[in-house]
Design a binder for this molecule. Structure first.
Ligand SMILES: [Zn+2]
Length: 303
């Protein structure tokens, strides 16, 4: 249980951070310059921390299937990288499904190498949320080794905020996903990770933003099976402002008990750069949070 003093402190901080809870939806196609002009008028131009985000690249050197254009993710990533070079986020989060399935481990590793090399051109540190496709052919160790990471879930601080990367690629029986050993509709956050999450939130009182692949705001087949338990931990901390997620490939947003759950559009969907999707998040000194979406990614502003 949380101690009372921490709870009340967090509560007041959270109120300041999320004041109003209002959301401004600009709609798809709103570009960076238009968005920044709009918000500059509100006097929120001084960003405390700036974060780049992209999700569901599904890069693979294979023919398109349905609406998924696997090879084109490289050109789309190059556009996003160029944008991040100009806008200079402190770090970039790739929200999962960085690669798509290959017939062999060696081929999958070559896909990962190709897309990682392209992503390396973007500025700042890179963080990777594990997606089910990341660990369909590969094991978690192989994927993380390929992107130079050790842990699949962890937390870090930047610009006065706390950031958490979650890993929901575990089966109901607690076994980690890897090498085609799972059903994609069975994502879970096991007890050990949930305990870690609770301890991590108790150990600090900074406004917190969470990154996940599978969704924590729905109970359908896109949702983490024990999402309600995870939400309870996030809500009890009183300090989590927003959760960003991927997995279902379409823009979506809902607010549950004061936490913003924002699902980002997938980069792999649709042919041509006009179907690209990537975004920049600014957290401002007044506590407001802005998402400047590009191409098919929607923009938001939460006071
Ligand atoms: Zn995906």
């Amino acid at each position: 249980m949380l101690q009372n003093s921490k709870q009340s402190k967090n509560f007041s901080e959270r109120r300041a951070f999320m004041q109003g809870g209002a959301m401004l939806l600009l709609g798809a196609g709103a570009n960076w310059s238009a968005s920044s002009k709009l918000w500059a008028d509100e006097g929120t131009e001084r960003s405390s921390v700036r974060v780049g985000m992209a999700t569901d690249l599904h890069y693979a050197d294979k023919a398109p299937a349905g609406s998924r254009h696997y090879r084109e993710s490289l050109a789309k990533l190059a556009e996003a990288t160029n944008y991040f070079q100009q806008t200079k986020p402190a770090f970039i989060v790739e929200l999962g499904d960085f690669i798509d399935a290959a017939e062999s481990v060696a081929t999958e590793q070559s896909y990962l190498k190709t897309v990682s090399r392209a992503f390396a051109a973007a500025p700042g540190e890179k963080h990777y949320v594990l997606g089910n496709h990341c660990v369909y052919t590969l094991t978690k160790e192989e994927f993380l080794g390929g992107v130079g990471r050790e842990k699949s879930y962890y937390a870090f601080d930047q610009g006065g905020l706390h950031f958490i990367i979650l890993d929901s690629c575990f089966r109901s029986d607690g076994a980690p996903y890897g090498r085609k050993n799972f059903q994609w509709t069975d994502p879970n956050i096991p007890a050990a990770e949930l305990d870690w999450l609770q301890s991590d939130l108790q150990a600090n009182n900074r406004p917190t933003v969470v990154f996940a692949h599978q969704r924590l705001d729905v109970s359908n087949h896109y949702g983490v099976k024990n999402a309600a338990d995870v939400r309870r931990v996030l809500e009890a901390s009183g300090q989590v402002s927003a959760v960003f997620q991927g997995h279902s490939h379409q823009n979506d947003y809902r607010e549950i008990n004061g936490v913003h759950y924002c699902t980002l559009a997938a980069m792999v969907e649709g042919s041509g750069l006009e179907n690209n999707a990537y975004t920049l998040m600014d957290v401002f000194r007044d506590g407001s949070l802005r998402l400047a979406g590009n191409r098919k990614q929607k923009s938001y502003h939460w006071k």
